[in-house]
Design a protein around this ligand. Structure first.
Ligand code: SF4
Length: 378
């Protein structure tokens, strides 16, 4: 297939692997003294395991799986609030499918649906908007979730609802941003990170400059990468080359998709509809300053938190994660998924305890899908 097979060519992969090995040897990394490269995006985590890249690269290169799966980093309290909204009389609660099975403290959205709440899966916030048009006597809520990749679509749906004067449509906003958690990880004295593989889809919207601080202030290389095996191998080589040459820069391996300055139309829509929250709670990472977005007061009529007086509108809320759940340690790279005592025992894709096992982008789900089930059995 044109434009895919080119990025999966075994010959090219072999020569990139050889170059990675040569550069790693030059730097002097070994299994005992590895380089820690964090792939921020959950899509990259899955590609790494799907193609076995973690086994193919030099033994001194260790991938640390970052917090770039929006479903995985959502605290349980936000799922509880979704269920609370969905159970209100007259509400049609709409969501992307991958959020349905994320456990809340009492129920997931799927369980709440089975118990009678009107919860519907949609493919886009525009589907939810259409539901609102067709059901003027019902309140339609969309579960706005995700990084900068999905934020423009909810922003555009709010702008459309405002233009049309809809009064029965709102977004439960859980949009988060990538640069702030990276900064929080870099500020954590327990984290050892030597370089980053930057998220491709997020960067398509925000461009590459929001990562400048990583190179400038923390002297770490970051390479924005695509999602095919050759994209990732080339990006690893670019990170290693920077380290070998004692450089720390933001480089763009995914230039065929990511413009340096991002997408101006998307950025304008985000800026019109959203503003930064003072802080937002991340599963496993805690509260991180300015890492979440909220709907601007001029669009308050489309803000579910305001409409239902829930979430941050009702004051700060915090609940502990379930006992034995090591999602935070996995998400910060302190342990691998298989080291979690619940992996394959109290937590499987069929019966997930933590969100990292639910989402198709979660690190635990990736381990399970591409060999982790075997590891757990062993
Ligand atoms: S195995 Fe389950 S509980 Fe353990 S870290 Fe992964 S998702 Fe969390």
């Amino acid at each position: 297939m044109k434009y895919v097979t080119e990025f999966r060519d075994p010959k090219a992969a072999k020569s990139l692997l050889a170059a990675i090995a040569q550069t790693a040897d030059k730097i002097g990394v070994t299994r005992a003294k590895p380089l820690h490269i964090m792939e921020i995006c959950g899509g990259h985590t899955h590609a790494i395991f799907r193609y076995g890249l973690d086994k193919l690269v030099h033994e001194g290169v260790e991938f640390i799986h970052g917090p770039g799966c929006p479903v995985c980093v959502l605290p349980m309290s936000r799922i509880d609030e979704c269920v609370e909204i969905a159970r209100q009389p007259g509400v049609i609660f709409t969501t992307f499918g991958d959020a349905m099975r994320v456990p809340g403290h009492k129920q997931s959205l799927l369980q709440a649906k089975a118990a009678g709440a009107d919860i519907r899966m949609v493919y886009s916030p525009l589907d939810a908007l259409e539901l609102a048009r067709r059901n003027p006597d019902r309140e339609v809520v969309f579960f706005g979730l995700g990084f900068e990749t999905t934020t423009p679509s909810t922003a555009l749906s709010i702008q459309a609802a405002a233009r049309e004067g809809l009064t029965n449509f709102s977004i439960f906003c859980n949009h988060i941003t990538v640069p702030e958690p990276i900064k929080a990880l870099l500020d954590d004295p327990d984290m050892v990170l030597d370089g980053f593989i930057g998220p491709g889809h997020v960067s398509m919207v925000i461009g590459t400059h929001p990562y400048d601080f990583i190179a400038r202030d923390y002297h770490k290389p970051i390479v924005v990468a695509g999602f095919e095996p050759l994209d990732l191998l080339q990006s690893v080589l670019m990170v290693l080359t920077q380290i070998a040459e004692r450089r720390a820069e933001v480089e763009n391996q995914y230039a065929r998709v990511v413009p340096e300055h991002g997408n101006p139309v998307s950025l304008a829509a985000i800026d019109d509809v959203y503003e930064k929250r003072p802080s937002f709670e991340w599963r496993g990472l805690g509260e991180i300053d300015a890492s979440g977005l909220r709907i601007r007061p001029k669009y308050a009529a489309f803000d579910s938190e305001e409409k239902f007086c829930i979430g941050y509108a009702a004051g700060p809320r915090h609940f502990e994660e379930p006992e034995g759940c090591a999602c935070g340690a996995v998400m910060t790279g302190r342990i691998k998924p298989t080291a979690c005592p619940q992996f394959g025992r109290g937590c499987t894709p069929e019966m997930p305890l933590g969100a990292l096992m639910v989402s198709s982008e979660g690190a635990c789900a990736a381990y399970w899908q591409y060999g982790g089930a075997r590891a757990a059995a062993e």
